[in-house]
Design a protein around this ligand. Structure first.
Ligand code: CP
Ligand code: NVA
Length: 312
């Protein structure tokens, strides 16, 4: 059966832990994997801008000995899918050429359709609903920084979005608690919340909402911020910024968290909006470790999806 990463729902807790453990090995011994995907080709199909995801996948694929093809889904020189060719046919055609497809798009249904009709692994490189590769890198960063992360608390401060959803599903899989400090009128998706809470109950962790950021961050080890305006929401920017003005992660909020708390941000960041300059550029900020770890986590993911390393 072809395995995919459409969202973290595709991963059991054991799968999730396996990827993070392999990412640590890949990071410390990159030379061991130099030819692991030799003669393979992996396509990236992107409909939204990207710096970290695009570059870390392209470089990581090269470091594993495979060929990366970057394809834009729209524009004059983009794929035909940008002119209306179906995801059904695109999946079937690309499956004849390449060994995996990494997709950044708007609707989660695009990723699901590609996975349904293709015969190769499909990796979600961000949709409006999820950002699973980011969460894998974030957990790798938490592991590196804290060692054992079981029982620790991560607080996402801002609007419920794709990054929030993936962190909510990562918590139960990696053993930490998640609190969403989202305004009551900008909550995470109710279905994702229900599923994350079920997974948390089974794992002995928790996923909760708390609209008051100061109360939410009490005893927290990780304070996480993301842009207030996600890609595709540009028309709502002014209203979102106004609504979220009291949700900035600043030094006062950091001082309400645990003494050893660190700051995370998936980037790109907007200093003065979701985070103050003092916090993001301060000593507790691990943002560039997170960005680097995208590379290692995704290399591990591809090794497992393409069968170069055994899943448990
Ligand atoms: N964090 C993240 O996915 O960054 P990019 O949009 O630059 O890929
Ligand atoms: N929530 C953001 C994440 C960017 C990496 C967005 O979708 O634009």
């Amino acid at each position: 059966m072809t395995r995919h990463l459409r969202s973290l729902l595709d991963l059991s807790s054991a799968d999730f832990q396996r990827i993070v453990a392999l990412a640590q090995l890949v990071k410390s011994n990159p030379g061991d994997y130099r030819e692991a995907l030799k003669h393979r080709s992996i396509a990236l199909m992107f409909s939204k801008p990207s710096t970290r995801t695009r570059v870390s996948f392209e470089v990581g694929i090269g470091q594993l000995g495979a060929q990366a093809l970057f394809l834009t889904a729209g524009g004059k020189l983009g794929l035909q899918v940008g002119r209306g060719e179906s995801h059904h046919d695109t999946a079937k055609v690309l499956s004849r050429y390449v060994d995996a497809l990494v997709v950044r798009t708007f609707g989660q249904d695009h990723v699901d359709e590609l996975a349904e009709h293709g015969t190769i692994p499909i990796v979600n490189a961000l949709t409006d609903a999820y950002h699973p590769c980011q969460a894998l890198a974030d957990v790798l960063t938490m592991r590196e920084h804290f060692g054992d992360i079981r029982g620790r608390k991560l607080v996402f401060v801002g609007p419920g979005n794709n990054v929030t959803h993936s962190l909510m599903l990562a918590g139960p899989r990696a053993g930490f608690d998640v609190v969403c400090a989202c305004p009551e009128d900008l909550p995470p998706d109710g279905k994702v919340l229900a599923r994350a809470q079920d997974d948390a109950a089974a794992a002995g962790t928790s996923v909760t909402l708390c609209a008051d950021p100061v109360e939410a961050v009490r005893d927290a080890s990780v304070i996480y911020a993301d842009t207030w305006v996600s890609m595709g929401q540009e028309d709502e920017a002014a209203a979102l910024k106004k609504r979220l003005a009291s949700y900035q992660v600043d030094e006062r909020l950091m001082s309400a968290a645990a003494e050893d708390a660190v700051f995370f941000h998936c980037l790109p960041a907007h200093r003065g909006d979701e985070v103050s300059e003092a916090v993001i550029d301060g000593p507790r900020s691990l943002i560039f470790d997170e960005a680097e770890n995208r590379l290692h986590a995704q290399k591990a993911l591809l090794l497992l999806l393409l069968g170069a390393e055994p899943w448990i």
